[in-house]
Design a protein around this ligand. Structure first.
Ligand SMILES: [Zn+2]
Length: 156
């Protein structure tokens, strides 16, 4: 994750730093290597949000288009299930950035959890990704996506 809590402040990972997860309050360690973007990782256990994707520059570039207060916002449903939205606005609109492959039932589950979600899915990882995602959206979500445009955006 980009942010952990330290003395009530959201702080970024720096070498040797310690912090606490804004979702579950577990201790976090700063991971500041050369291969991955600098990030926070839960100390000695898996991420409290099993939907969480390892962050890449692609995720960070997208998140950084929004206010930092809107980034990595914990959300719980009425059962107490916890997830951390990539972006959540003060109007409860969630934006999820999905870099790795995701199945349509997962998209549905996560959309149902958050209520209203804009999905930004990387369709450029493999040559077939874009056509597969377009097919997934049109075939599996006729009721939800009927009349909704799917935008293909080419980003530099
Ligand atoms: Zn956590």
């Amino acid at each position: 994750m980009r942010f952990a809590l330290l003395n009530g402040q959201r702080v970024e990972a720096t070498p040797g730093a310690l912090g606490y997860c804004p979702g579950c309050n577990a201790a976090m360690l700063a991971r500041c290597g050369t291969k991955k973007v600098w990030h926070w990782a839960h100390k000695g256990r898996h991420h409290c949000d099993h939907w969480w994707e390892n962050e890449t520059e692609w995720h960070r570039d997208w998140k950084n288009r929004f206010f930092t207060d809107w980034q990595e916002v914990p959300a719980r449903d009425e059962t107490g299930e916890l997830h951390i939205a990539d972006i959540k606005t003060p109007y409860d609109l969630v934006i999820e950035f999905q870099h790795s492959a995701i199945k349509s039932d997962e998209v549905r589950k996560r959309t149902d959890f958050y209520g209203q979600v804009i999905w930004i899915i990387d369709g450029t990882r493999r040559p077939t990704d874009l056509t597969q995602y377009e097919r997934m959206l049109s075939e599996n979500y006729p009721e939800r996506f009927d009349g909704v445009d799917i935008y293909t955006v080419y980003c530099e």
